[in-house]
Design a protein. Structure first.
Length: 163
């Protein structure tokens, strides 16, 4: 069994043991054992994650960052499959394009081109203009990547439901 599997197995056992009722009813020595095991599992998980992070390629780090952004969108902004499925007019793709174009506008030296591209980005934004909130170039690209993932998943769900 791998170290990862051992950690996951012990973590699941600790999580089950820490169930409020079971933990409260356990004798003090058993509670201490459960807490000690839990602490050991958390340390092992932290070490495992640090080791994996140290071996990540730059591309994988960016991919993880984009996935984290998608998770943030679902947790903080209320995005969900059900909500995304309502965007049948490529709103998610257009929002992604707007953020990517805004990044392109930031790189242009020529003010006329920069203004035109920034205006195009705003025009692509599929929702109320007051909700368009571009950030720094890199952050915009991460947001765009997360929206592209959401659009691809929406298209895949639509294809399955359409048979």
């Amino acid at each position: 069994m791998s170290a990862r599997t051992d950690i996951l197995t012990t973590a699941r056992a600790c999580a089950t043991a820490i169930d409020a009722d079971a933990f409260d009813l356990a004798p003090p020595h058993e509670q201490r054992r459960i807490l000690f095991q839990s602490q050991a599992v958390l340390r092992a998980m932290a070490t495992l994650i640090e080791t994996q992070d140290a071996h990540m390629t730059p591309s994988l780090r960016v991919a993880v960052e984009i996935l984290d952004e998608r998770r943030r969108q679902t947790q903080a902004e209320g995005a969900s499959n059900e909500a995304d499925d309502q965007y049948g007019n490529a709103q998610l793709a257009r929002a992604a394009a707007a953020y990517a174009l805004d990044t392109a506008a930031c790189t242009y030296v020529d003010p006329k081109s920069r203004d035109w591209i920034a205006g195009s980005a705003r025009a692509l934004w599929p929702w109320d203009a007051s909700t368009y909130n571009p950030k720094a170039a890199r952050r915009n690209l991460v947001r765009a990547g997360a929206l592209i993932i959401a659009e691809i998943e929406r298209l895949d769900r639509a294809a399955v439901s359409n048979g």
